[in-house]
Design a protein around this ligand. Structure first.
Ligand code: SF4
Length: 197
């Protein structure tokens, strides 16, 4: 898990797949057909996108660009998160991006070892947080605030406004469920987010 914007984020891959006119589900297979390597700047999503556009103009194929992007994301992950630490097997790749076989392969080439994608790779974070919540309830005796699966049928709405209370002028995002404000975010000082806890 990380907060680095270009370190393997699914939304960035989604966006690039869409821009290249392919389905995200096809990304990995197409990338694996690439005949040549091309280096894509992957440090930042904005630079990566402009680099991909110029590499397309230089004549690299869609598959080669996708392969280059896969390697760039892995390189970025190694530079920003691993930061020279020695990695030892077993390697496990989890999260939605693990569905992408080209990124799995790029990781395997990078670490020189098999990378395992577990069966429930896409919900491991949810399983983990559920286990932590269960432990916490056992330890503290707290009761659950789980609203039930019916929550998926509630009507959610997102709006935003600019807070003018100081020169920062934060954009405050407001989330409403059935017309009632349930969360606010985007404030630098907690003025709004703390008001709905
Ligand atoms: S949310 Fe806080 S930091 Fe942001 S503009 Fe309002 S008062 Fe300033």
């Amino acid at each position: 898990m990380n907060t680095v914007c270009a370190a393997g984020t699914g939304s960035f891959l989604d966006h690039q797949a869409q821009r290249l006119g392919i389905k995200i589900e096809e990304f990995g297979e197409i990338a694996l057909t690439a005949k040549r390597d091309v280096r894509i700047a992957g440090r930042c999503t904005v630079f990566a996108e402009s680099d991909m556009i110029s590499k397309q103009q230089y004549g690299f194929s869609k598959a080669e660009i996708l392969k280059g992007l896969s390697k760039a994301l892995v390189r970025n992950y190694m530079n920003n998160l691993v930061r020279g630490r020695k990695l030892k097997p077993v390697f496990v790749f989890q999260g939605g991006v693990a569905a992408n076989i080209a990124i799995k392969k790029a990781f395997e080439e990078e670490v020189g070892h098999e990378v395992i994608v577990p069966k429930y790779y896409d919900i491991m974070g949810a399983i983990g947080i559920a286990m932590l919540a269960k432990d916490e309830m056992k330890r503290t005796g707290k009761t659950t605030k789980f609203k039930g699966f019916e929550v998926s049928k509630e009507k959610f709405e997102t709006t935003s406004f600019i807070c003018k209370a100081c020169p920062n002028e934060c954009e405050i995002i407001q989330i409403k469920a059935n017309g009632k404000v349930i969360a606010m975010t985007g404030d630098r000082c907690g003025r709004w987010s703390n008001s709905v806890i």
